[in-house]
Design a protein around this ligand. Sequence first.
Ligand code: PRP
Ligand code: URA
Length: 199
Amino acid sequence: MVQHKLSIMRDIRTGSKDFRELLKEISLLMGYEITRDLPLENVEIETPMKKMTARVISGKKLAIVPILRAGLGMVDGLLTLLPVAKVGHIGLYRDETTHEPVSYYCKMPIDIDQRLVIVTDPMLATGGSSSDAITMLKNMGCNNIRLMCLVAAPEGVKRVQKDHPDVDIYVAALDEELNSDAYILPGLGDAGDRIFGTK
Ligand code: PRP
Ligand code: URA
């Protein structure tokens, strides 16, 4: 389902409304993968039939941290799955000439350093934005960070793995390469513009 939905998203004919809905659905489906190894603990409960030992998530506090703007498109799907997660925001944009990320906003839950943090950004291109966002979180004391992207270029995966070997990266697709403007090929174009209809 993830691959099918992603193919529709990539199609140039897909408009913002469908693009947003599909990104939300894929985020929920990827949320299953990203949370599948969370530790469980036993609790005693009573069903209408009898007492039993049941398994629940073991007190793991979560935070979702989208990289603005495009990462916002992955928040709702994850919140559907993880309704009590807190949400922090990191604002970064890529300089059009240097392709280096420029930071303009950061607001986190007060106890961010005690949470498992899922950083979201649909596009992992050069990896500069994700790597910088993870560095910002580490500087705030976070030591349990996962990165969730939709489409990645090999260059971006290598960069984040080199800068942050402790951070697991979850992607729906590993694409071919970057073009001279540091856009992913074949990719899906500019994710922020496609989500928000700004082009
Ligand atoms: C896009 C995308 C990532 C970044 C990826 O954001 O959403 O944040 O580029 O590129 P990188 O891996 O080379 O850093 P952009 O800077 O276009 O900002 P926007 O989301 O506000 O449109
Ligand atoms: N940002 C995007 O939105 N798309 C790309 O292909 C690369 C960076």
